[in-house]
Design a binder for this molecule. Structure first.
Ligand code: HEM
Length: 150
C-alpha cells in the first residue's frame, strides 16, 4: 500500500476513520467510547466529523475545530488515565501504517503532546476532587453530629 506523503483534509479523514475503527474494536478503549457515543455507525458519524475538524486544526491550522476537549474528557465517567498510553499506541500504529515516516512522526509528536496535557489536567482535577472528598470525610469524623433542637 502506498503511504501518504502530504497531509490533506482527505488523508485526515482516512486516518481518523482508521484510528476509530481500531478504537471501537479495542477491548479496553472500545467500551468507554461506545458508552459515551453509542455503538452504531450513525451514532459515530458526528464524533468522526468533530475529529476530522480537530485534526485539521492541529495539523493544517485550519481553525475548523471549536471545542473544549478537556471539558469533554472530564465529563466522561472516570477512566484509568494509564489508558492514554494505549490510545497513543493505537494512534501511532495507525499513523505509521498510513504515512511516510516523517509525517507519521509529526502526528505522533502532536498526539503525545496533547495526550500529555489532557492526562496531566485530568489527574490534577482528580487530585482536587480526592482532596475535597477526604476533607469532607475528615470533617465527618471530628464534627459533632448534626444537632437536633432539644
Ligand atoms: C484514553 C484516552 C482517551 C479516551 C478514553 C477518550 C475518550 C473520548 C470520548 C468517549 C469522547 C467523546 C465524548 C462525547 O462526545 O461525549 C472523546 C472526544 C474527544 N477526544 Fe478523546 N479520549 C482519549 C484521548 C484523547 C486524546 C489523546 C485526544 C487528542 C490527541 C483526544 C481528543 C478528543 C477530541 C478533540 C474529542 C472531541 C471533543 C468535542 O466534542 O469537542 N482524546 N474522547
Amino acid at each position: 500500500m502506498s503511504r501518504c506523503t502530504e497531509i490533506t483534509e482527505e488523508s485526515i479523514r482516512t486516518l481518523v476513520d482508521s484510528f476509530y475503527e481500531r478504537v471501537r474494536k479495542d477491548q479496553e478503549l472500545g467500551p468507554i467510547f461506545d458508552h459515551a457515543i453509542g455503538s452504531t455507525d450513525e451514532a459515530w458519524e458526528p464524533h468522526l466529523q468533530v475529529m476530522y475538524g480537530f485534526w485539521s486544526s492541529v495539523m493544517l491550522s485550519s481553525g475548523r475545530y471549536r471545542g473544549n476537549p478537556l471539558r469533554k474528557h472530564l465529563s466522561l465517567p472516570p477512566f484509568d488515565t494509564a489508558l492514554f498510553d494505549r490510545w497513543l499506541m493505537l494512534f501511532a500504529e495507525t499513523a505509521r501504517e498510513l504515512h511516510n515516516p516523517e509525517l507519521a512522526d509529526l502526528y505522533i509528536a502532536k498526539s503525545a503532546q496533547i495526550a500529555g496535557s489532557l492526562r496531566r489536567m485530568m489527574e490534577a482535577e482528580r487530585q482536587t476532587d480526592n482532596r475535597l472528598e477526604a476533607t469532607v470525610q475528615l470533617r465527618s469524623f471530628v464534627e459533632p453530629r448534626s444537632r437536633t433542637p432539644d
